[in-house]
Design a protein around this ligand. Structure first.
Ligand code: PRT
Ligand code: ZN
Length: 225
């Protein structure tokens, strides 16, 4: 997208990260008119456009340079990087900052009635997840021969529905696992939202704007500590 010299930032349109992203932009002084349900929101006080998309699309938009910056969960970033590497596509981003929202962990879980289990229990099992690449890397690292069953939603019902023996899903409070009679096991990834940049960005004005915004972002983070 070379038709604009406005800095393009991709954020989640609606979901767990949307409000925190909007608040963060406001706190660093980016005024936005977000009233309309539009894909693009133009800043009224800076040369910035905010693209509001599904979180899964954010890493690719930044890696391909369609957007200059993006805010996304590290879980989605790592999964997308692994996917793109498999397809020999560019998967590089610059991680400008880890943010102080969106914390969760990607953890293994299995039916409570089976009780505590060691890693060897997973041998030959089917594990339902939305993050098959992160799971496969973990299984390889741990030398466990199990298969990943890809599900984009309702992962927590997979064991009960007979679709899988165990799951590998995001957990924050643990309430979802508990409500579904699942026992939480090892955490395979801890994740926060993070701010990423396209590594090929060269436009001096855009880079200068990022340089101007980064200390503000650091200030907002420090003020919350
Ligand atoms: O529509 P779009 O594709 O943009 O949104 P989405 O539905 O894919 O994502 P969304 O809005 O649910 O989450 C966006 C990001 O928030 C995730 O990628 C994570 O980085 C982060 N995040 C933080 C979480 C959670 N906490 C979380 N608890 N994402 C999902 N969950 C889900 C989890 O999958 C499980 O179903 O919440 C449930 C567990 O929560 P607890 O509190 O019961 O443990
Ligand atoms: Zn998503």
């Amino acid at each position: 997208m070379s038709n604009t010299n406005r800095l393009r930032i991709a954020i989640q349109k609606s979901g767990r990260l949307s409000k925190d992203c909007q608040d963060l932009l406001k706190q660093i002084g980016v005024k936005l008119n977000l009233r309309e349900q539009r894909l693009i929101a133009h800043s009224t006080n800076m040369p910035i456009d905010v693209l509001r998309v599904r979180d899964d699309d954010i890493p690719g938009l930044v890696m391909d340079g369609v957007c200059d910056l993006g805010i996304v969960g590290e879980n989605v970033l790592v999964e997308s990087q692994a996917e793109r590497q498999n397809q020999q596509q560019c998967a590089d981003v610059i991680k400008l900052s880890k943010l102080d929202f969106g914390y969760c962990r990607l953890a293994l879980a299995w039916p409570q009635e089976l009780g505590e289990q060691s890693k060897s229990w997973f041998e030959g099992k089917r594990i339902a997840t939305t993050y098959p690449e992160i799971l496969k890397q973990y299984l390889k690292r741990e030398n466990i021969n199990a298969s990943a069953v890809m599900l984009t939603g309702s992962v927590e019902v997979a064991p009960r529905a007979g679709l899988a023996d165990a799951i590998c899903d995001l957990v924050s409070t643990g309430a979802t696992l508990e409500a579904n009679g699942l026992m939480q096991g090892e955490t395979i990834l801890e994740s926060n939202a993070c701010l990423i940049q396209n590594p090929s960005l060269q436009d001096p004005e855009k880079l200068a704007l990022i340089e101007k915004l980064m200390p503000r972002l650091k200030g907002v983070k420090q003020a919350k500590e």
